[in-house]
Design a protein around this ligand. Structure first.
Ligand SMILES: Cc1cc2nc3c(=O)[nH]c(=O)nc-3n(C[C@H](O)[C@H](O)[C@H](O)COP(=O)(O)OP(=O)(O)OC[C@H]3O[C@@H](n4cnc5c(N)ncnc54)[C@H](O)[C@@H]3O)c2cc1C
Length: 216
């Protein structure tokens, strides 16, 4: 799950071999009714051999929300067991694994819309897609910023795209950094974080920050 971004980390765990840590505490700090949701998390690193110092950040590898993964599988008409290759990898993994742990489900680009041009079975949808592609770049960027991949698949339901073609359009799901709020002298075996949980709404749909809501 996580690793300290530290110069003083003597353990075998690192960004290529992250430690699967246990969440020990999850406490709401903001007052009831507050517009913000700020949480205090305590991550147990006992047994990892990790050490941290003041000023370090913790890197957290999140998973995507299962509901969004399920919606994408449905839109792609896939079971999730279909093999896909990630960039620079020769070992195929299951589509479900890729969508859950390896690729970002937000941040679709103009390139994705271009890739859909010969994937739409419906002429009206193709016309709408081409109108979008003709928008000035600022307007198209704004349109894309409001959407995740699933919104685009829903907007163009006649899309027939293979699991591999879809994965090829996504970016890597990257770890998020969190400033460590505890002292290693007081808490050598756990890390305290203060996290502002990201929640917002676009297109009438509730969205969540992948990592700030992943803690539990
Ligand atoms: C060195 C460092 C230390 C950090 N320390 C902390 C820390 O101690 N505590 C902390 O809380 N964070 C910290 N952060 C930020 C943290 O790493 C994450 O970026 C943050 O938690 C959001 O990640 P997420 O996965 O929850 O959200 P994401 O899934 O990455 O979603 C965030 C994205 O959602 C979109 N978005 C958000 N609001 C809206 C909106 N209203 N309308 C449309 N789109 C919107 C934007 O595209 C935004 O980029 C730190 C970052 C760095 C680089």
């Amino acid at each position: 799950m996580s690793l300290p971004e530290s110069n003083s980390n003597p353990s075998n765990f690192n960004k290529d071999n992250p430690f699967r840590a246990r969440l020990q505490e999850n406490r709401l700090l903001s007052k009831p009714g507050s517009a913000k949701e700020t949480r205090h998390f305590v991550v147990d690193i006992a047994g990892s051999g990790m050490q941290y110092t003041c000023g370090d950040s913790l890197g957290v590898y999140p998973s995507n929300p299962p509901a969004e993964v399920g919606e994408i599988l449905q839109a792609l008409r896939c079971s999730g067991s279909e093999p896909v290759l990630l960039p620079k990898s020769e070992q195929a993994i299951a589509l479900h694994e890729a969508l859950t742990h390896r690729v970002a489900l937000s941040g679709p680009t103009r390139k994705f819309l271009l890739a859909l041009q010969d994937k739409l079975a419906d002429a009206k949808e193709l016309k709408a897609l081409n109108e979008l592609l003709d928008l000035p770049s600022d307007a198209l960027r704004e349109w894309l910023e409001q959407r995740h991949f699933i919104d685009i698949l829903h907007a163009f339901p006649s899309t027939v795209i293979s699991p591999q073609e879809f994965i090829d359009q996504t970016r890597k799901l990257v770890p998020r950094l969190y400033s460590i709020a505890s002292s290693p002298i007081v808490y050598p075996e756990c890390i305290h974080l203060t996290v502002a949980v990201v929640r917002y709404e676009t297109l009438g749909r509730q969205r969540v920050g992948v990592c700030s809501t992943f803690f539990g």
